[in-house]
Design a protein around this ligand. Sequence first.
Ligand SMILES: CC(C)(COP(=O)(O)OP(=O)(O)OC[C@H]1O[C@@H](n2cnc3c(N)ncnc32)[C@H](O)[C@@H]1OP(=O)(O)O)[C@@H](O)C(=O)NCCC(=O)NCCS
Length: 291
Amino acid sequence: MGALLDEAFAEHDEAQRFEPEVMALLLDGPRGGAQLSLVAEDAGRPVAVAFVGRRALRWGAKVLHAHHLGPIGVSPRRRREGLGRWMCEAARAHAEGTGADLLTLTTNPGHPARHLYERLGYTIIERFRPSLRALGPTSYLTSLAASEPWPGSLPGPPGRPLALLEDGPQAITAPEALRPRLVRAGDAEVLTLRWPVIARGPGAAIPAWSTQILAVRGRGADQVRAVEAACAYAHHDGSVVAWCHPAVAGPLQGFQRDGAPWVWRMGLGLTPAGAQAVAQARAYDELGPSS
Ligand SMILES: CC(C)(COP(=O)(O)OP(=O)(O)OC[C@H]1O[C@@H](n2cnc3c(N)ncnc32)[C@H](O)[C@@H]1OP(=O)(O)O)[C@@H](O)C(=O)NCCC(=O)NCCS
């Protein structure tokens, strides 16, 4: 399944690598692992693969039950035969059958996949560009210790009362190869995980790592120190870039969003509460309401 996803995503500029550790995380990892995995085979080999995981989303005072679709990939040799649609429809039937309020997914507006999702009734919940920081050689390593275990939950960003926020991160047992790490400095905490990616340069596409900042707690000088330490560890572990959803922490020192790819988070309501959340969350664009 990992090899099929690598093949399906190879055409993307910012391709992830579906190494065994990533597949383990998808199947067994955060939030109880995949609710559903879908595979279409041809002569015993996968030609289409999709995963569906469970998410708790905060919507004002409510907690909504969402199913999150992705990754989803079809072999380049078997596209436009309806396999992508079949997997999306199976995911929807499963979500409806288990009482989920809505389905969510993320995509890049440059990918043809958006046409599939739009056809199936998904609408944009929010648009954002991740905050990125290239990790060059760092001149220092702080004396901060990386510490385990991960907390069960960290607070979401302030000031987005109408955003559909993930209720987490939940306690994650991530494979050590993905370097799950909580870095502390004073009152600040930074939670990170690294992902295998393909780094593209002129004429070259090489396996590399990126580090995602999943959560940031604390502000001011302590936050700066914790982020600097997390980036230093990430660089030490071989990451070429650190990145963060802008709503997780707001502007982070040394990070930029100019030139970063746009990401669309899309949703499809299945219950009245889910449909209302999707309709209202659409007003969010980048970091705040668009109107
Ligand atoms: C996106 C993807 C899963 C679609 O799989 P697929 O099996 O080719 O899709 P389907 O044949 O079920 O297409 C269903 C409908 O989606 C739309 N669609 C799918 N691919 C499209 C494309 N390249 N351009 C425009 N519309 C497209 C069409 O409306 C299509 O219906 P039609 O063929 O009757 O016109 C596949 O292209 C893929 O694996 N892409 C690379 C990985 C990827 O981007 N995954 C999604 C990341 S968010």
